[in-house]
Design a protein around this ligand. Structure first.
Ligand SMILES: [Ca+2]
Ligand SMILES: [Ca+2]
Length: 346
């Protein structure tokens, strides 16, 4: 290559350098000005700053479509108020950070609902929603309390119970009657009396009083008389078996084969008459006829003790019923009678 060519090449190179430099934007104004790097943690900015993304404007103030990143001071905020712009949350340091923020509620598991940047304040409610500003529409109630007066067994009183039906009726019924308050709760017909027995067994099962078919002598012939509990009973409809149980002294003409004189327990639904009422069938009790519905026998008084009798009320589950002890006797051969104490319906 000759010296002339070398000079020409050098001249062309210098010319190109001048032109190139003239067209290169300087670092302060150019579209690729990078004060921070968004790929770095916090863009490489100070803690009180964030790596802001802005569009580069041209000399006339119009967006060029190019982006630049600059460390920018964060907004200050109140952690309690969470007063950052939408899409930002207030850190405990008092600076706004982008995002939804951590779940502030440590007492409840997060049910995957977004926190909406609001601090969660519910720590006592059983709903699984950590964001107290959102209604609980996701999680079923899981409370298992046994309150029964309310149709809703939800312990969370701020929300309607729309998920779990109330099947909890256990414990509604727990009636105990020891007859110590006299006849306040009862309607007595015929031979029925409440008081201290002065005949037959001469003692109560407990306390001073019991109920009985004439407490001072033998019962009447041709009797048909009820001892009726005045109140209506709501028999639970749940899984538990409702029962009626009581202690009785039995001394009445009859046997397992035939009940000449007897007491039966009638369970009357609102649609029944006393004649059509259900008769309790006893599973426990020594002096019963073969139908297990009539207390009778022991006229020789060989067993002068109080004995437990028990019958299921499952046949009237979920019903409102009234209970009566019905005493009937035939036309002859009376005896000491049938006494009742410590009635328990549950
Ligand atoms: Ca008693
Ligand atoms: Ca008789």
């Amino acid at each position: 290559m000759s010296g002339r060519y070398l000079i020409l090449i050098a001249a062309a190179f210098l010319t190109a350098m001048v032109v190139f430099n003239a067209c290169t934007p300087d670092d302060e104004e150019g579209p690729f000005t990078v004060d921070c790097d968004p790929s770095l943690e916090n863009g490489g900015c100070d803690y009180a700053e964030y790596c802001a993304e802005t569009e580069v404007l041209d000399d006339s103030g119009f967006p060029t479509g190019e982006l630049k990143y600059e460390c920018t001071l964060r907004d200050t905020c109140s952690y309690e108020m969470q007063d950052c712009p939408i899409g930002w949350y207030c850190e405990t340091t008092g600076y706004c950070f982008k995002g939804e923020g951590p779940d502030i509620d440590t007492a409840q598991p997060d049910n995957n609902l977004p926190d909406n940047n609001l601090p969660d304040t519910d720590t006592a409610l059983p709903d699984g929603d950590t964001d107290s500003s959102l209604p609980d529409t996701t999680l079923p109630d899981t409370d298992t309390d046994t309150d029964t007066p309310q149709p809703d067994n939800d312990t969370d009183t701020t929300q309607p119970d729309t998920v779990v039906p109330d099947t909890d009726t256990t414990g509604v019924l727990d009636l105990t009657e020891n007859f110590e308050n006299g006849a306040a709760n009862w309607t007595l017909e015929g031979d029925w009396q409440i008081g201290a027995p002065a005949y037959g067994i001469f003692t109560t099962y407990g306390g001073a009083n019991c109920a009985g078919t004439n407490l001072t002598g033998v019962y009447s012939n041709d009797a048909d008389a009820k001892l009726t509990l005045n109140q209506q009973l709501s028999i639970p409809g749940g899984a538990a078996e409702p029962v009626i149980e009581f202690y009785a002294y039995v001394n009445a003409e009859g046997s397992s084969m035939i009940a000449n004189d007897y007491v039966e327990v009638l369970i009357k639904k609102s649609t029944d008459t006393w004649e059509s009422a259900t008769k309790a069938v006893f599973t426990v009790g020594p002096y019963l006829d073969s139908s297990k519905t009539k207390l009778t026998g022991n006229t020789n008084n060989a067993d002068a003790t109080w004995q437990l009798y028990r019958a299921s009320l499952s046949a009237v589950k979920g019903e409102s019923v009234q209970i009566a002890f019905r005493f009937r006797s035939d036309s002859s051969s009376a005896a000491a009678g049938i006494y009742i104490d410590d009635l328990h319906i549950h």
